[in-house]
Ligand binder design. Sequence first.
Ligand SMILES: [Zn+2]
Length: 343
Amino acid sequence: MSQRIKTAIAGSLPKPAWLAEPEKLWAPWHLSGVQLEQAKHDAMRLAVDDQLRAGITVIGDGEQTRQHFVTTFIESLSGVDFVNRKTVRIRNRYDAAVPVVVDAVTRKKSVFVEDAKKLRALTKGLIKFTLPGPMTMVDTLYDDYYKSRAKLAWAFAEILNQEAKELASVGVDIIQFDEPAFNVFFDEVKDWGVKTLEHAAKDLGCKSAVHICYGYGIEANIKWKNGLGEEWRQYEQVFPLLAKSSIDQVSLECINSRVPMELIALLKGKDVLVGAIDVANNQIETPEQVANVLRQAAKYADVKHIYGCTNCGMVPLAREVALAKLHALAAGADLFSQEIGLK
Ligand SMILES: [Zn+2]
């Protein structure tokens, strides 16, 4: 097997225009019933094909079957009322009318296992499947039942662990939990966040990953980022805890951010999925720009632990932009691999 630097996407890719409205979060589906189910899986095949043709080495489903990375999972659980919503502040940044936890949350059946089987059938290579992290799930809801963010998160971790074990059993190689909330609620991360995440990832029999970012390029996030100062040192609080945890991989934001690269050194021993593709602009990175990010990262982590990745999901981008960025990511990783004699 080739020893070159591996590449992966953080999670989502844009959906085809016949499936959902393009360049929009929470875009409504254009189809329904059996047609919708078929169309979602057709879109997944295209997403996989795009990654393979670009030369990406860890393949995801591009989240083609989900409307949103958190809510689609929660919709499959019982105990949450999606009709009578309440307004809360999400990640201390923006208000949204969110579903309400009204009873004990449970998973009646598997949520993504059929999707994972389909993804498994599409490539013999490594596959990654993403799930929302417990803290981020809590931060997307109003809780009228547990009255404790930690308790609700633990209940979600139990559910996520059941789901993740099932995904691993059908051949998923890496299960990634998305925890953008880890970049905001540092006391909670320390008190119960990492512990709860580890519980979600317990005894999977495959690798586990966590993705922590500064969010999509939406207005509320851009405003928040502008107020974070010259250097973004949020990861400094979280990485030492993750380094001590059972989580195998950490996906983080790098290119065009103000994250000091040296913070990667805090993740000693972990695989580092280095964000070398900006998802908040339409400019296509050159392979040299991607290689340069990986080169900088290699000053602080062993190259055997470095993966080239995107800063975050690419769902809000135009399809052709995302595709060009996939090619740039793979080409940049190849360039750096050659440079250090891995190819
Ligand atoms: Zn992200």
